[in-house]
Design a protein around this ligand. Sequence first.
Ligand SMILES: [Zn+2]
Length: 278
Amino acid sequence: MIEPVGPGVGRIALRTPTLPPATHTNTWILGHDALTVVDPASPWPDEQARLIAALRARARDGVRVERLFLTHHHDDHVGGVVALADALAEDGPRPVIAAHRITAERVPFTVDVEVAPGPCDWGGITWHALFTPGHAPGHLVLHDRASGQMIAGDMVAGVGTILIDPADGDLGQYLASLELMRRAGPTALMPAHGPVLTNADALLSMYIAHRHARTEQVRAALDRAGAADPAEIAAIVYPELPPAGQRIAAIQVRSILAYLRGHGLAHPVGGGQWAADA
Ligand SMILES: [Zn+2]
């Protein structure tokens, strides 16, 4: 069942191979008669079948899916794209697949429409696409200025935390993208994982402040330790986490170290270790 959550926005949460403690990815259903399906994410046939059945139930009222939109390329966001497009093509015109160019370069299927930042008139609603790299290089969020709703992808989370993996993330870009979102003035954030988040301005400000605080903690840990590797720093900065959490925290720490290096505040000293700049 598609749960209505706001004007022209519905949700169905599908079980996905995502980062614990999250277990599901929200698929957002946008529009009234001509739908945009955001992040059909599950690679698992039983979960895909739930989404297809929910959309086919809507189709009986003359509603059709025009496009599938991807916030970014990560596996827990795109695992059901081809299955959904194939299933809908059995009933009528195949929906187009839309994403940022950088996302299109990173997914194992063809993206039909490249979405650039700016207004998108989809299904009677004007969504403003904001380019928000940092968690993923091609990340887009969608903002409906009329209702204040923002489809936030993996920029914020209702459950768990946002991982900035230096393999394809960038902490400096992430902070700038959060600020871009905050300045757009949304009232409700629809994250990929967990419930809708209200009080958007305060939440985005808190996210930015939290990342700056973590960055300062890493710098202070380097100052005290003299030299340390990311796992050692994670143990100092995130002492409350169990071993699996510590391993993910060490990835986060590597992003913070790259950010500190970019600001002339830390540098690698060999053997995987880092030191604070004088
Ligand atoms: Zn992601």
